[in-house]
Design a protein around this ligand. Sequence first.
Ligand code: FE2
Ligand code: FE2
Length: 162
Amino acid sequence: MSMKTLDDLFVHFVRDIYYAEKQVLKTLPKMARKADSDNLKDAFEHHREETEGQIENLEKVFEILGLKARGVTCEAIDGILEEGKEIMEEATDADARDAGMIAAAQAVEHYEITRYGTLVAWAKRLGHTKAVPLLQANLDQEYAADRKLSDLAEGGLNKQAA
Ligand SMILES: [Fe+2]
Ligand SMILES: [Fe+2]
């Protein structure tokens, strides 16, 4: 597709993050199953529910743009998720695996934060006023998810065991 104008790029990024969210939606249940810590398991399950809502928000953005909802392959998220999969499969120690999954999940959150941050700014600049709160809501959830993972990494993993 054409990426000549900011409008083109905006649409490309919406499709990119739509693809990314769908991949993340498929991956989070696997991560929840592999998590040893109950807190981490809950965090992954909670974010899976949020991700469903984020996908619905993106479908509304497509509607606002008058476009059919569809994704474009995003090699960045594929690479980040592939790395996470390797960690899940190869870490034999449960604590190491949880720590590795947190690191992998934070890489996903940071990717999403950078995309939604750009999309919010561009939606404002391009006058897609109705898309702004939908994209902002997703951005806020990604920030919250990232903070939660930081808390877990900093010792919240096994609060009940401490
Ligand atoms: Fe997301
Ligand atoms: Fe996320």
